[in-house]
Write a protein that binds this ligand. Structure first.
Ligand code: ATP
Ligand code: MG
Length: 257
């Protein structure tokens, strides 16, 4: 059975793409077969996996509009067991183009139902709760929320939880919150610590124990077309992502505690 995880936060720059790529890579190293769907017109997950030619590439947009069969819309990456359905340049127009279509919120779910090869599918979402993110939520089994410990974080989080509830009621009753992961955490900042405390107070064990620290090697990795866990396996950010992968798989009963 494939498990589909949408990585969602309408706030920009909170670590969605970084979390998608590093977690996906960490899962692939333990032999899981993984597909990353780049569903953000910015195409950062595509670039971050070393795909730079976005004009001619076939990916999520082409399969979403039915132009290409899903099996031809994903590509092997340099990482064994990790495949990418990239964001081509055309995805930028999708939010507007899709508005007029019937079943516009179910297009990605229909695509994903035709893909059977993978243990996990990660969907890297854009920084909005628009039609693309709605498609991801309708297609997903679980939602993973990367959260940067800043002043507005809790406000943003309640908006995501509200949307999740609405999608569950209307389109996708199996959708659950997998968890919240605290990103770019700075233990020296009292604001970081306070926000982390508040998020845990509200969401209890839905917040992962593992926090991802701010780490310069993690920020450098995309410019080399590699996830941090491949670029520098030993750095604190990579180690945290590997630990997060263990925590999630342990929670799912797929690894011994
Ligand atoms: P967007 O909303 O634009 O899609 P995002 O939520 O996907 O952004 P990322 O692109 O993953 O966020 O991260 C934003 C920036 O922060 C990037 O430049 C990334 O390299 C950097 N970054 C992410 N995580 C870390 C970290 N743990 N330490 C240092 N820099 C990080
Ligand atoms: Mg991103």
């Amino acid at each position: 059975m494939t498990k589909t995880i949408a990585v969602v936060n309408q706030k920009g720059g909170v670590g969605k793409t970084t979390t998608t790529l590093n977690l996906a890579t960490a899962f692939s190293t333990i032999g899981k077969k993984i597909l990353v769907i780049d569903f953000d017109p910015q195409g950062n997950a595509t670039t971050g996996l070393g795909f730079t030619e976005k004009k001619s590439i076939v990916g999520s947009y082409e399969t979403l509009i039915g132009e290409v069969d899903p099996q031809y819309a994903y590509h092997r990456t340099l990482i064994p067991n990790l495949y990418l359905m990239p964001a081509s340049l055309h995805l930028s127009g999708a939010e507007i183009e899709l508005v007029g279509l019937q079943n516009r919120e179910k297009l990605l779910a229909t695509v994903i139902k035709k893909i059977h090869l993978f243990d996990y599918i990660f969907i890297d979402c854009p920084p909005s709760l628009g039609l693309l993110t709605l498609n991801a939520l309708v297609a997903a089994d679980q939602v993973l929320v990367p959260l940067q410990c800043e002043f507005y974080a809790l406000e943003g989080l309640s908006q995501i939880l509200y949307t999740l509830g609405q999608v569950r009621k209307t389109f996708n009753s199996r959708l659950t919150l997998q968890g919240v992961v605290l990103t770019m955490f700075d233990s020296r900042s009292s604001l970081s610590t306070q926000v982390a405390h508040d998020v845990r107070y509200h969401l209890k064990d839905k917040v992962y124990e593992t926090k991802i620290p701010r780490n310069v090697r993690v920020a450098e990795a995309p410019s080399f077309g590699k996830p941090a866990v491949v670029y520098d396996y030993r750095c604190s950010g990579s180690q945290a992502y590997l630990q997060l992968a263990r925590e999630i798989l342990t929670q799912e009963g797929k690894l011994a505690a």
